[in-house]
Every structure is written in C-alpha cells, then in structure tokens.
Design a binder for this molecule. Structure first.
Ligand SMILES: [Zn+2]
Ligand SMILES: [Zn+2]
Length: 299
C-alpha cells in the first residue's frame, strides 16, 4: 500500500498544488525542434518535437541533429525517457542512434522507452553492432506493426499515447496524446495533442484526431503541387486545413514544410482558407496548450 502511494506521488504536481504562482491546470508545452521536410536547411531542421506534460518530456520524432536542438533549447537530454517515432524515413528517425549513443556517453543508467514502427530496433542494434558502439541502459522497445484501429502504445500518470496507421509510402503512425488529470487539478478534462506526419489526404484519420486541442499536420506542399503531394503521399496546405476543419480541432499547427517555400505565407493562407485557426511551425517555437486554446510562448 505504501509502495502504491509513493509511486503515485509526484513532486511536480504536489508543488504545483501549493504554489499559487503556477496555475492549477493541466497545461502542456510543445517545443518544435524541427519543422522542415526531407533534409535540413539553415532555417529548418527536420521533424522533432518535445511535449512537456507536467515535467514528463515526450520526444516525438527524432531527425538528424535533434540532440543538438534539444540542448539549444535548454532541455536536458537525460530528462527524455520516452521517444515515439512516426516512421523510419530519415527526416524523422536518423537522429535516434546519435541521441541514444550520447545518452550512454553521458552516463545514463535510467531506462528509455522507444515506440517505433517495426524494424527500428533492428536498425539501431545493427548500427551499434557494426560500429562498435553500445549502450548500457535498458531500452523498452515497443514496435508497432498494425494497420487497423488504434493501439495504446504508452501510458503513465501524465499521459496516454494512442497510435493509428496513416497513409504514407512506408508504414507510418499518427499519435493521439491525452493528458491524465493531475490528482490536484481543478479541471479534470484531458488535453489532447494529435500528430500526423507524414501522410497523404485520408479522411480515415478523422476519428483519431477528432476534438484535439492542437492538431499538428504535415504540410509539405502548396495547393498548386497537389499532384506531387498525392504521388509522394504528402499533404498540401489546403488539405491539411480541410482535415483540421472536418476533425473539429481547436487549432492546427502546420509542419514539415518543403525547403522550396522560403517564406511560408502562401501555405498559411491556403490552410486558413479551409481552417482559420492555422499556424505555421518554426524551429524553436514554444506553445502552451490549454483548455481554451493554444498560447504562443517566447523562449
Ligand atoms: Zn518526412
Ligand atoms: Zn516520410
């Protein structure tokens, strides 16, 4: 009994409850590490985000250079214990071996949980084996290999993560992350963050992303390149806006922008024609997701 009480105790929640300067809410914070598609540019790194739910940090995708970005944004590498990977394309995955290796070199002993499509474990273990690197901390691999429905891939006392298949050129999963109410919170309704990157236009995702406070969708191309988007199984800005509008989300965050758009105004305008509450992600952007909508925070 004592063990159960101790396990459910959380210093952050406890402190939050007694500290009047911190709102007694369940707000969560999203920091965008990379918002570009395909390959990094001077302006945009590729996909990676950190979601901070009352001190629990979830890394979503891990493109090349993510460990560097995490440090730049003053987040401690070792504070990340759970990583979810949407798919194994390099612009979402190539940062993972480097990140795991650095965690080892910095003396990590705490276990890590990695949720990724089938094959990720083999890739990482092969890299470590052939390059003579190794890691000593335990990894709880949770590989996804399903096509239908939604599966719970992670849960703790801060959030649940449900995964669902989305339509891309390799097996790819979207995530619906819902907060678990703090025992001290006055508002017990969960906040929902949904992430789909990369995907073709497919209304089958609507039930999975419905009602999200913040929905992050890829937006690789402008509407004029709809044919190319279809071929490569990506979204146009207009299609992303339409999905957000149909799903009834509060706000849409557009990410995974093609490097051809030096100024993303055209993408924003096209998305807003379908869904007014659209914003474009930039590297380093920090957002606070609240029950009433999303607030932009300067770092
Ligand atoms: Zn991509
Ligand atoms: Zn991809």
């Amino acid at each position: 009994m004592v063990g159960i009480v101790f396990n459910s105790f959380n210093f952050y929640d406890f402190f939050n409850f007694f500290n009047s300067s911190i709102p007694k809410s369940m707000n969560i914070y999203l920091t965008v590490m990379g918002s570009g598609a395909a390959s990094p540019t001077g302006k945009r790194h590729c996909s990676a985000q950190v979601l901070n739910i009352r001190g629990f940090k979830l890394l979503i995708d891990c493109a090349e250079g993510t460990q560097d970005r995490i440090r730049q944004h003053h987040l401690k590498l070792q504070s990340i214990s759970t990583i979810v990977i949407s798919h194994l394309h390099g612009d979402h995955f190539f940062g993972l071996p480097g990140l795991l290796s650095t965690m080892h070199l910095c003396g990590r002993t705490e276990p890590a949980t990695i949720v990724a499509p089938k094959g990720a474990k083999q890739v990482i273990e092969t890299i470590f084996e052939l390059t003579g690197n190794h890691i000593e901390y335990p990894i709880d691999w949770r590989e996804m290999d399903f096509e239908e429905g939604e599966q719970r891939v992670f849960e703790n006392n801060k959030c649940t993560v449900d995964a669902f298949r989305i339509d891309h050129s390799v097996p790819t999963y979207g995530f619906r992350i819902a907060t678990v109410p703090s025992p001290y919170a006055t508002d017990k309704s969960p906040l929902i963050y949904a992430y789909c990157c990369d995907t073709a236009y497919d209304e089958a995702i609507l039930p999975h992303i419905a009602g999200a406070g913040l929905l992050c969708l890829e937006c690789t191309f402008a509407n004029e390149l709809a044919e190319l988007a279809e071929q490569r199984k990506h979204l146009t800005a207009g299609q992303a806006g339409r999905l957000a509008q149909k799903a009834g989300v509060k706000q849409l965050l557009l990410t995974h922008l093609s490097a051809r758009y030096k100024e993303p105004d055209v993408l924003l305008q096209q998305a807003r024609e379908e869904f007014a509450e659209s914003i474009i992600a930039t590297d380093g952007m920090r957002m606070e997701i609240t029950a009433n909508g999303t607030i932009m925070n300067e770092l």
